[in-house]
Design a binder for this molecule. Structure first.
Ligand code: GUN
Ligand code: ZN
Length: 436
C-alpha cells in the first residue's frame, strides 16, 4: 500500500529559531497527529484519523522527528572510530590512512558502504554529506548503496595528490578525471548528488586545487566538501604550504572552491574576514563537536558565525568523532557553547541537524521537515528509555524542557525505527534495500 499514516508526536521547525530563544514560533509541535505519506512523499499532517484507504501505524506517545542530516562524515573511518592517543595530523597517519588503503579492493568498499549507511539509519540519520576514499569505486559503492536505500546522500571520491601514502595518491591529473567520471555516473540520479571532495589543502597540490575549482564551475549544482581550519598545527602547515594566501580559507577561495554549495568541516580557527567571505559566498560550516573534543582541536565560536550570517550544520565527523548519534552531537555542541557562555536552545540544536542543515545544503524542498512535498524521511524515538530518562521526563513541565532533556540524554536505544522515502529501513520489520 502506498498510502501510509503514522500517528505520534510530530516535532519540526518552520525556520531558523535563532540560537537561544526558548520560546519560538519557529517550533511546530503537533502532538498526537497523523503524518500522511503518499508514494514516499509527505502529503499532510493532520489531527484527524485518515480514511480506510490508509494503512495506519500507531506510534502514539512517541517523538517523531525529521530524519537527521549529518553534514560531514567519513565512510572509511567507522572501523577506526575511538582510536587512542593522538591529535589530527598524527591520527591521520596512524589510523585513518591505513584504513582508507583497504578500500583499494572494490568488494571491501561495497560491503563497507552498505554497513556504513545501515549504521547511519540505525542512528536516525537519513541524509549525509560523505567522504568516500581516493578510490573511484568507493564513491560508486557509496552512491549505489544509498540509491538502494533511497537515501538522499551527497558523496565524493576524495582528491589527494601529495602528503599521503603512495596507495592513496591520485596520479597527476587522474584524480579529477576519476571524479568527473564518478559525477557523470551519479550526480542527480536516484537521490544522489556529488561533491568535489578535496580532503584538505595540505593533501592537494595547487594544480589539483585549480582543476578541482574548474570542475566545480563546470557542472551545475555540484557540491564541494573539504576540511578547514580544524587545528592550530594544521593552520600553520597550510600557511607554510601556501604562503601567498591571506588565510586557510583564502587558499580555497583562490582556487574557485568557495561557493554556495561549499561545505567546510570544522572552521574553528577563522577570523572576521574569513567569516565575511563564507557569508558572502553562501557557504556553510559543518560543525563537528564530538571530533573537536576527541582530537582536542578547539572550541567553535558559533555565535561569531551566526552574527556573520554563516549557516552552521551539525555533523558527526566519524571517525574523528566518536558517535554517529546526532543528539549526541547536539549535546556536545551545547556543552562547547556553554564554555563560551552561550546557552543554545534545544530548537537551535535540532534545527542545525534538520531543517537548517537542509537549507544550508540547498535541499530544504526535499528533506529536514514535515512540509508537504518533502520526502518521508523520519525517525520514531522513545521519549524516555530506562530509569533515569523515565524519571527526568516525568519531571519535565513544558515542551522545551522535555525536548532539551531528551536530546541531552538520548542514546541509540531511544530509537524505535527509521523511515526513508516512506519505507521502514531500520528497526524491527525493516525491509531490505532494493537494488536500484
Ligand atoms: N583533515 C584532513 N583529513 C581529515 C579527516 O579524515 N578527519 C578530520 N577530522 N580532519 C581531517
Ligand atoms: Zn572529517
Amino acid at each position: 500500500m502506498s498510502q501510509i499514516a503514522i500517528r505520534g508526536d510530530l516535532l519540526d521547525l518552520t525556520r531558523n529559531p535563532g540560537l537561544t530563544a526558548v520560546a519560538s514560533d519557529a517550533v511546530r509541535w503537533r502532538p498526537d497527529n497523523w503524518l500522511l505519506i503518499d508514494s514516499g512523499v509527505i502529503a499532510a499532517v493532520t489531527p484527524e484519523a485518515p480514511g480506510p484507504d490508509w494503512q495506519r501505524i500507531d506510534w502514539r506517545g512517541h517523538l517523531i522527528l525529521p530524519g537527521f542530516i549529518d553534514a560531514h562524515v567519513h565512510l572509511p573511518q567507522l572501523e577506526v572510530i575511538a582510536s587512542h592517543g593522538t591529535g589530527l595530523l598524527d591520527w591521520l597517519e596512524r589510523y585513518t590512512f591505513p584504513a582508507e588503503l583497504r578500500y583499494a579492493d572494490p568488494a571491501h568498499a561495497e560491503r563497507c558502504a552498505q554497513r556504513f549507511l545501515d549504521a547511519l539509519l540505525e542512528h536516525g540519520t537519513t541524509s549525509a554529506a560523505v567522504f568516500a576514499t581516493v578510490h573511484e569505486a568507493s564513491a560508486d559503492a557509496l552512491a549505489q548503496a544509498a540509491a538502494d536505500r533511497q537515501m538522499r546522500v551527497i558523496g565524493g571520491k576524495v582528491l589527494m595528490d601529495r602528503h599521503a601514502p603512495a596507495g592513496l595518491l591520485d596520479p597527476a591529473g587522474g584524480g579529477i578525471e576519476a571524479a568527473r567520471r564518478q559525477i557523470r555516473r551519479w550526480h542527480g540520479r536516484q537521490r544522489q548528488s556529488c561533491a568535489v571532495t578535496v580532503r584538505f589543502a595540505a593533501t592537494s597540490t595547487g594544480e589539483q586545487l585549480t582543476q578541482a575549482g574548474r570542475l566545480l564551475a563546470e557542472i551545475p549544482d555540484l557540491y564541494m566538501q573539504t576540511h578547514l581550519a580544524e587545528t592550530r598545527d594544521e593552520v600553520a602547515w597550510i600557511a607554510s604550504l601556501f604562503p601567498q594566501a591571506r588565510s586557510y580559507l583564502d587558499v580555497y577561495a583562490r582556487h574557485g572552491l568557495l561557493g554556495p554549495r561549499s561545505v567546510f568541516a570544522h572552521g574553528i580557527w577563522l577570523d572576521a574576514a574569513d567569516r565575511d567571505a563564507l557569508s558572502r559566498a553562501g557557504a556553510c560550516i559543518a560543525h563537528c563537536p564530538g571530533s573537536n573534543l576527541f582530537l582536542g582541536s578547539g572550541l567553535l565560536d558559533w555565535q561569531a558565525l551566526d552574527a556573520a550570517a554563516v549557516a552552521v550544520s551539525l555533523a558527526s565527523d566519524v571517525g574523528g568523532g566518536t558517535s554517529l548519534l546526532l543528539p549526541r552531537a547536539m549535546a556536545q555542541a551545547y556543552e562547547i557553547q556553554s564554555l563560551h557562555g552561550l546557552r543554545m536552545s534545544a530548537w537551535a540544536l535540532l534545527h542545525a541537524a534538520t531543517r537548517g542543515a537542509a537549507a544550508a545544503l540547498r535541499l530544504e524542498h526535499e528533506i529536514g521537515s514535515f512540509e508537504p512535498g518533502c520526502s518521508a524521511d523520519f525517525a520514531v524515538w522513545r521519549w524516555h528509555e530506562g530509569t533515569l530518562q523515565d524519571w527526568r521526563q516525568a519531571n519535565a513541565r513544558e515542551l522545551h524542557e522535555r525536548v532539551f532533556a531528551w536530546l541531552i540524554l538520548a542514546t541509540q536505544s531511544n530509537l524505535r525505527e527509521t523511515w526513508v522515502h516512506g519505507r521502514r529501513v531500520a528497526g524491527p520489520g525493516a525491509t531490505a534495500p532494493q537494488h536500484a
